[in-house]
Design a protein around this ligand. Structure first.
Ligand code: AMP
Ligand code: TRP
Length: 336
């Protein structure tokens, strides 16, 4: 039997080249070997303020992009998180055995709550932003997933998921599979194009810092060509001292499946201009066919059918697990 795998992406903006390289590209490769579940984490995206119409569009858009990037609905269960209510139900149960201290240590919470507070001095940080990792644990544990393909930034959340699973199993007997992250060896952390010391993020207010999969192609080329590098003009991979150029070399390497050493050799003696120009072409060639498929899929009935079938399949499994958990905890009523 194939091992099961699950992953999700938040619907909080159009996905970036970082999401594509750190997550989606791997889903595509893994879909033949594993029983894969991929969802749209819309409940996670409301941990920060969202506008209704934009959120609705982003959810459908992410689903369409999954298909346009090459996820095959014949092989993969694709669904929307909020359409499977068991996620929130299990997350409450897990929250009750998650410690405050564990959540306080989460770096994504620290970063996001800080940036929300920065953008509005009086901002109130929602409790959901704090408890979010328990929802993520529920997303995973409901499906008996053995592996979770994610980028580097999710490692800490996965560690918590493992602890919560073990804690529950110790107290109530074997219930959950303790999952393992699968983090790509290259491209697990694609950096911002304007500040290469920070990760590329779709929620960055500076549009030039990230490449969205739906940016117009000339804009994509322009963003690559104007990416921040350094002034010594030497093509070399040195993330410490040359973070900008090293990030571009990583992107080049993952998209062409060539080794970094090989690429450095090819461009030795060339200026950054030639290297960036070639990379811009490579990125555009990767994204162009995705954009061509995207529009048709976004407006199609096929997309609704895929999401309906996905929700149905996910609910079936999730319900079985949730009932077991509720029973072990002693919730509800025992019939006479
Ligand atoms: P998010 O956009 O935060 O929902 O992330 C969805 C997936 O993309 C997760 O597996 C992340 O680890 C991955 N990801 C997000 N940003 C990057 C990045 N800059 N580089 C590599 N992977 C990323
Ligand atoms: N928290 C993840 C992120 O911000 C998205 C996510 C939510 C996820 N639930 C998940 C990823 C379950 C893997 C498995 O990137």
């Amino acid at each position: 039997m194939k091992k099961r795998m699950i992953s999700g992406i938040q619907s909080s903006g159009t996905i970036t080249l970082g999401n594509y390289i750190g997550a989606i590209q791997n889903f595509i490769e893994l879909q033949n070997e594993y029983e894969l579940f991929v969802f749209i984490a819309d409940l996670h995206s409301i941990t920060v303020p969202q506008e209704r119409k934009t959120l609705q569009h982003n959810i459908r858009s992410l689903a369409a992009l999954y298909l346009a990037c090459g996820l095959d609905p014949e092989k993969v269960t694709i669904f929307i998180q909020s359409e499977v209510p068991q996620h929130t139900q299990l997350s409450w149960i897990l929250e009750c055995s998650t410690y405050m201290g564990e959540l306080e240590r989460m770096t994504q919470f620290k970063d996001k709550s800080r940036s929300q507070a920065d953008s509005n001095m009086n901002a109130s940080i929602g409790v959901g932003l704090f408890t979010y990792p328990a929802l993520m644990a529920a997303d995973i544990l409901l499906y008996d997933a053995t592996f979770v393909p994610v980028g580097e930034d999710q490692k800490q959340h996965l560690e918590l998921t493992r602890n919560l699973a073990q804690r529950f199993n110790n107290k109530h007997g074997d219930t959950f599979i303790v999952p393992e992250p699968i983090i790509p060896t290259a491209g697990a952390r694609i950096m911002s194009l304007t500040d290469p010391t920070r990760k590329m993020s779709k929620s960055d207010p500076n549009q030039k810092s990230f490449i969205s999969l739906l940016d117009p192609l000339p804009t994509i080329a322009k963003k690559i060509k104007s990416a921040v590098t350094d002034s010594d003009g030497v093509i070399a991979f040195d993330p410490e001292n040359k973070p900008g150029l090293s990030n571009l070399l990583t992107i080049y390497s993952v998209l062409t499946k060539r080794s970094i050493a090989d690429i450095v050799l090819e461009y030795t003696g060339c200026g950054y201009g030639k290297f960036k120009g070639d990379l811009a072409d490579i990125v555009v060639q990767t994204i162009e066919p995705i954009q061509q498929r995207y529009q048709t899929i976004y407006n199609s009935e096929l997309l609704d059918n895929v999401l309906d079938a996905g929700a149905q399949n996910a609910q079936r499994l999730a319900n079985r697990k949730l009932t077991k958990v509720q029973n072990k905890v002693g919730l509800g009523r025992k019939r006479k």
